[in-house]
Design a protein around this ligand. Structure first.
Ligand code: F6P
Length: 343
C-alpha cells in the first residue's frame, strides 16, 4: 500500500479533524502516504488534492469543521462523475479511500465499492446520530451539549417574561438531538419526528404545567417533527443532490399555534448551524481520533468495504452496506422517555 486519500463529505461536524489526524498518523507510522481530497466528492471529481502529514495535522484535534472542506456533491448526479473519481484515483496512484461522512457520502462509497470494486473504508460522521451499525457518530455529543446549553439559557428568559419559548434543533428525520437536549434541558415538551405532533396535546401539557404553578414553558422541537395531519415543514421546495428537503420552520409554526390556542405570549429560536460549529467535546475528539486510527489500521489490513464503528466501548470494523442501509431513528426506549417527559 503506497498512498491513501481521505475526504470529508456532507454537513460538517465537530470531530472531523480528529479523524483526519488519527488516520494520517496511523498511515504515516506504517510508511503509507496520506493525501486529502478537498470539499468532499467534489475534490475527488476535480482532482483537488493536498498532502497530509503529521506536521499538517498537528493540533487540529481541537478545531471544529474540517481542514479538507466539505460539500454535498454527489458523483452519481454529476455527468461522468463516478468515472472521473475512479480515473483520478488511478492517475494519482491512490490505492484506497477513507470516506468520512454520513449516510449520503458513505452511500456513494458503498456504491463505488460494489460497482467499481473501489478500495473504500468508511468513517461515520453526523451530528444527527442517525447512522446504523454504530452506537454513536462523532459530532453528536458536541451538538447535544450546544443545544442543551441553549435550552438552559432559554429557561431564564422564558421565566422572566412568563413566556413560552420554542427551541428548534437540527437532526433531520431522527429525533436524537431534540430528545437528548429536551430531556437534559428539562423542556416541558419535546417533539421528535418519530412521534407525530398533536398540537392540542402540546397545549394541554403547557396549560397543566401552568396550573401546577409554573409560569413559563419551554418546548424543544426537532426540525423533522411532523404534525398528526400534515407533512414536514421545509424552507423551500428545492431538493439537494441526494434528494433531501431543506427542513426548518417548525418552531415558528408551533409558536404561532401555541400563542393562538393558549393566549400565552410565545417566542421561538432556531439553533441551526450553531449546533455544528466550534470546538468538539472531549468525547467527540476521542471518538474521532479512535475511528481515524481504526480506519488507518483497516487500510493496513486491507479491510475494504467496511466502516469503523463504535460498538459498546470498542471500535470495530462493520459492513458499510449495513451502515448505509437504513437510518437509525429513536428506539422504543427513547420514544417512551420523550413521551414520559412531555406530559
Ligand atoms: O445532516 C446534518 C444537518 O446539520 C442536518 O441536521 C440538517 O438538516 C442539515 O444538515 C442542514 O444542512 P445544510 O448545512 O446544508 O443547511
Amino acid at each position: 500500500m503506497g498512498k491513501i486519500a481521505m475526504l470529508t463529505g456532507g454537513g460538517d461536524c465537530p470531530g472531523l479533524n480528529a479523524v483526519i489526524s488519527g488516520a494520517t498518523r496511523t498511515l504515516e507510522d506504517a510508511g503509507i502516504d496520506a493525501v486529502g481530497f478537498l470539499d468532499g466528492w467534489k475534490g475527488a471529481i476535480e482532482s483537488a488534492v493536498i498532502d497530509l502529514t503529521r506536521e499538517e495535522v498537528a493540533g487540529i484535534i481541537t478545531e471544529g469543521g474540517t481542514i479538507l472542506g466539505s460539500s454535498r456533491t454527489n458523483p452519481y448526479k454529476v455527468e461522468g462523475g463516478t468515472e472521473k473519481v475512479m480515473e483520478n484515483l488511478k492517475a494519482l496512484d491512490i490505492d484506497g479511500l477513507i470516506v468520512i461522512g454520513g449516510d449520503d457520502t458513505l452511500g456513494v462509497a458503498t456504491r463505488l465499492h460494489d460497482e467499481f470494486d473501489a478500495n473504500v473504508i468508511g468513517v461515520p460522521k453526523t451530528i444527527d446520530n442517525d447512522l446504523s451499525a454504530t452506537d454513536s457518530t462523532f459530532g453528536f455529543d458536541t451538538a447535544v451539549n450546544i443545544a442543551m446549553e441553549a435550552v438552559d439559557r432559554i429557561h431564564t428568559t422564558a421565566r422572566s417574561h412568563h413566556r413560552v419559548l420554542v427551541v428548534e434543533t437540527m437532526g433531520r428525520h431522527a429525533g436524537w438531538i431534540a430528545a437528548y437536549a429536551g430531556i437534559a434541558g428539562n423542556a416541558d415538551v419535546t417533539l421528535v419526528p418519530e412521534i407525530p405532533v398533536d398540537i392540542d396535546e402540546v397545549c394541554k401539557v403547557l396549560k397543566n404545567n401552568r396550573e401546577r404553578g409554573k409560569n413559563y414553558n419551554v418546548v424543544v422541537a426537532s426540525e423533522g417533527a411532523m404534525f398528526t395531519k400534515g407533512d414536514f415543514i421545509t424552507q423551500d421546495t428545492e431538493l439537494d443532490a441526494f434528494g433531501h428537503v431543506k427542513l426548518g420552520g417548525i418552531a415558528k409554526a408551533l409558536a404561532d399555534m401555541i400563542e393562538r390556542r393558549t393566549g400565552y405570549e410565545t417566542r421561538y429560536v432556531v439553533l441551526g448551524h450553531l449546533q455544528r460549529g466550534g470546538a468538539p467535546t472531549a468525547f467527540d475528539r476521542l471518538l474521532g481520533t479512535r475511528l481515524g486510527m481504526k480506519a488507518g489500521q483497516m487500510v493496513i489490513d486491507g479491510d475494504w468495504g467496511k466502516m469503523a464503528a463504535l460498538r459498546g466501548m470498542n471500535v470495530e470494523a462493520v459492513s458499510l452496506a449495513e451502515a448505509t442501509g437504513e437510518l437509525k431513528l429513536l428506539n422504543e426506549e427513547f420514544k417512551q422517555l420523550v413521551t414520559l417527559f412531555s406530559r
